[in-house]
Design a protein around this ligand. Structure first.
Ligand code: F6R
Length: 608
């Protein structure tokens, strides 16, 4: 999604803004730009395509300044083009970068056109620049003008505004999109993501909805929407917020797949002792909630939704607590009925996904006992909005496609399932056995990664196909769904997932000798049923590939299969997900795709 960076300092800082924007590249974007005050009119430079184009364009100019804002744009209003790229400037005096969507921009635009403003772009952001310019004609103070402007805007926004007449300050405003201030002694910065702030910052401040702020090199002040000063807490930035780069890997996605054994250790660390989930894994308040819990609603998007689906299988099977899992954008608008004694869980890597955040806000008013989030980014909007957060501790994820996040989410949800069973005093012996099994996850993931050569060979044989089907049953059906999602977003090949038992109810019509069908085959109580489904595909000439548990080898009569060590039934979905990530990665690389920033996609989807 769009990214914002701004720096105000005593020294020249355009290159710092560029460095910050480069750190936001991973989020996906189609154009980029930077603007600075000079005291002699705003200087603005924008390019379409990747950041390297902006860097090249800048090298040909002498643009410098000590107060600058920059942006990476992911088109929402108006196609990706030079005129639509941010910053947007009004009368060489006001420059604005903006994330989000201004819903009433057409009405405001019509007023501004009637007042003589000329538009260069199709964006809603240009309206903000002209509006502030217009208000400044009578207001004279940039902060006051921004407060007035913010009151007139409907929608979601995070924005940074500079004014050449007041060249040493940046005004910030936030509503429903993330914005964070970075504080250092003689320099203040702003970004839509902590990772884009300069690493030299000493503290960060997360702005809240309705906040405005004025930052200068030596000061900062935050205001509420009526212009009253407000206090917001300062935090030390977490070292995990900053990326260490690709290291020896070719791509971030590859690095993040291979990091998973380590990520698993971090997600587990301090959370299991003597084959028991530790008491401090959850708060006393949550423990009280779990005691009387009768229902769970889990809400998330994309890969995080798939984590929720797996957790639903675990919780209902072991704890017998009813669990409903929804896609966030569906949940809010389906008039959900909140059952008795229900817990609401939001799962999100970024903690900023607009649909999940909106669902959480909706749930908070709907009568749940408690709201819990499972989240990777501490202090993100979803964490701040939830009663409690279980952090997944996966570290910053740069690849747009979620990989290590899912593994860490599943581990945390697995721990929660075990804790819930313990609190409800269900099957202590089985819970202990499952806890032991979960403790082996890091080693088992390393073993699974050892099969990468075989997965690569499979990738070579299907990389030229147009369609692929993924099958799974039971708690592995969400893994097939995740496999299809990862495959389509990285390879751009059409992929679909089916519950294997559903095949003969329609999708079998697609199967012929040109259709690869890939199934996940654990050794569980559904094995015989799955083998029948495999036979159904083979009887229609389909190209069947099986990711199988080694211990069911003798039963599967199929030439194309890759074996994995038996890992136990509880953690099996976490383990079988890994070869599917590798498959998507290798096919994407073979096809020459940008696997870290797949086309049309963005990380952290902050608009609904
Ligand atoms: C897929 C992917 C997305 C995200 C989804 C939710 O690879 O990355 O589907 O899972 O946008 O994002 P978070 O987890 O940040 O809420």
């Amino acid at each position: 999604m769009c990214g914002i960076v701004g720096v105000v300092s005593k020294k020249q800082i355009v290159s710092n803004v560029i460095e910050g924007l480069k750190k936001l590249e991973y989020r996906g974007y189609d154009s980029a730009g930077v603007a600075t005050t000079t005291g002699d009119g705003i200087k603005n430079i924008r390019t379409i395509g990747k950041m390297k184009n902006l860097v090249k364009a800048l090298a040909k100019t002498s643009i410098e300044g000590s107060c600058a804002i920059g942006h990476t744009r992911w088109a929402t209003h108006g196609k990706p083009s030079l005129v639509n790229a941010h910053p947007h400037v009004s009368h060489d005096n006001i420059a604005v970068v903006h994330n989000g969507i201004i819903e009433n921009h057409l009405a405001l635009k019509s007023f501004l056109l009637n007042s003589g403003y000329n538009y260069q772009s199709d964006t809603d952001t240009e309206t903000i620049a002209h509006l502030i310019h217009n208000i400044l004609l009578s207001e004279k103070d940039l902060l006051k003008a921004c407060i007035k402007c913010m009151k007139m805007l409907h929608g979601s926004f995070a924005m940074a505004v500079i004014c050449d007449d007041m060249p040493d300050k940046i005004i910030l405003a936030k509503n429903a999109c993330p914005l964070v201030i970075g504080i250092a002694a003689n320099e203040k910065s702003v970004a839509s993501d902590v990772s884009a702030l300069p690493q030299s910052i000493e503290h960060v401040i997360y702005l809240e909805d309705g906040d405005l702020a004025e930052i200068t090199a030596n000061s900062y002040q935050i205001y509420d929407e009526s212009g009253q000063k407000v206090h917001r807490e300062k935090f030390r930035p977490h070292p995990n917020s900053f990326s260490k780069g690709k290291e020896a890997y070719d791509h971030y996605m590859q690095k993040e797949i291979y990091e998973q054994p380590k990520v698993a250790q971090l997600a587990m660390s301090g959370r299991i002792e003597n084959n028991r989930v530790t008491d401090n894994f959850i708060s006393h308040d949550l423990k009280m909630v779990l005691k009387k819990l009768e229902n769970i609603h889990i809400v998330a998007c994309g890969t995080s939704y798939h984590a929720g689906l797996v957790a639903g299988y675990w919780i209902e099977k072991l704890v017998k607590v009813s669990c409903r899992i929804d896609i966030a954008s569906e949940y809010r608008y389906r008039s959900p009925v909140v059952p008795k004694n229900a817990l609401f869980i939001t799962i999100s890597q970024s903690g900023e996904t607009a649909d999940s955040l909106a669902a959480l806000k909706f749930a908070k008013k709907s009568g749940y006992l408690f709201t819990l989030s499972v989240c990777n980014v501490d202090n993100s909007a979803i964490c701040r909005e939830s009663d409690e957060t279980l952090l997944t501790k996966a570290g910053i994820e740069i690849g747009v496609a979620s990989t290590k996040s899912l593994t860490s989410q599943l581990i945390v949800l697995g721990l929660l399932t075990l804790k819930l069973a313990e609190i409800k005093n269900i099957e202590p012996r089985i819970v202990k056995k499952m806890t032991k099994e979960l403790s082996t996850i890091s080693a088992v993931l390393s073993q699974a990664l050892h099969q990468s050569k075989k997965v690569k060979a499979l990738a070579e044989s299907i990389a030229n196909k147009d369609h692929v089907l993924f099958l799974g049953r039971g708690q592995h059906y969400p893994i097939a769904m995740e496999a299809a999602l990862k495959f389509k977003e990285i390879s751009y090949i059409h992929a679909e997932a089916y519950a294997a038992g559903e095949l003969k109810h329609g999708p079998l019509a697609l199967v012929d000798n040109n259709m690869p069908v890939i199934t996940v085959c654990p050794n569980d109580q559904l094995l015989d049923k799955l083998i029948s489904n495999i036979e159904e595909v083979k009887a229609r000439g389909g190209q069947m590939y099986v990711f199988a548990d080694k211990t069911c080898n003798s039963k599967i009569k199929n030439n194309n299969h890759i074996d994995f060590e038996n890992c136990g039934q509880f953690i099996s979905p976490i383990v079988f997900n890994v070869p599917f990530q590798l498959l998507a990665y290798y096919v994407g690389v073979i096809r020459g795709n940008d696997v870290d920033q797949p086309r049309n996609l963005a990380k952290s989807v902050t608009v609904e």
